[in-house]
Design a binder for this molecule. Structure first.
Ligand code: ADP
Ligand code: ZN
Length: 215
């Protein structure tokens, strides 16, 4: 089972991808997480990526495509995978088609999670992540502030640098101009399924699972 989770920043791709990865025992590949890990380890990729990510800009296509080619070609992906955050441009979508063909990977199920922009801005402004277990929380929904310990593991919570309001505006702009057009690529192939991303986490995962069942 190969799934692409698609949608604007803040629609809940990461949260839903973790749920699906557990449910189907397949690998969750988050390009954002891969880049943040590279930043933490201060690799050359991480240093280059940080400057771009902090401004809400995309990391160049050739770098991201190489990274995904290596990951999908490795052993870990033979049982299936969920792509979260890739493809983000038309060029990435075309390259992904070629990678799937080269590696004999079956056509993906593409689930587009749809949330309106006002809601996205409100969610990102209070998205907190646990430093220890990586769980994503929403300040309002989970009744938390940045000073509270993680309800799961007591780790400390932080806000991502790119969730600051100025950066969020730019990420949404980049989404509109560079990423949203990727929907047409999968729509033309009859692979795109759009689900309503409003409501709570379990309502949304119910809709995502329904969309996958129909596929
Ligand atoms: P979100 O979905 O909330 O925007 P991500 O964690 O998926 O967050 O991505 C964070 C940042 O990482 C992006 O704003 C971008 O700079 C970079 N990034 C992630 N995936 C890609 C990609 N496929 N192509 C280019 N840049 C990417
Ligand atoms: Zn935690």
């Amino acid at each position: 089972m190969n799934i692409i989770l698609f949608g604007a920043p803040g629609v809940g791709k990461g949260t839903q991808a973790k749920i699906l990865a557990d449910a189907f025992s397949i690998l969750h590949i988050s390009t954002g997480d891969v880049l943040r890990e590279a930043i933490k380890n201060q690799t050359p990729l991480g240093i280059q990526a940080k400057a771009l990510m902090d401004k809400g800009m995309l990391v160049p296509d050739n770098i991201m495509i190489g990274l995904i080619r290596d990951l999908l070609g490795s052993e870990c992906c033979t049982k299936g995978f969920i792509l979260d955050g890739f493809p983000r441009t038309a060029a990435q979508a075309e390259a992904l088609d070629r990678i799937f063909a080269e590696l004999h990977i079956a056509a993906p199920e593409v689930v587009n999670i749809d949330v309106d922009e006002k809601e996205i801005i409100s969610r990102l402004s209070q998205r907190y992540v646990c430093r220890r277990c990586g769980t994503i929380f929403n300040g309002e929904v989970d009744h938390l502030t940045l000073n509270d310990p993680c309800p799961r593991c007591s780790g400390t919570l932080y806000q991502r640098d790119d969730d600051r309001p100025e950066t969020v505006q730019h990420r949404l702009e980049v989404y509109r101009t560079s990423t949203a057009p990727v929907k047409a690529h999968y729509e033309a192939k009859g692979l795109l399924r759009t689900v309503d991303g409003s409501g709570n986490v379990s309502q949304i995962s119910g809709r995502v699972l329904d969309a996958l069942k129909k596929a």
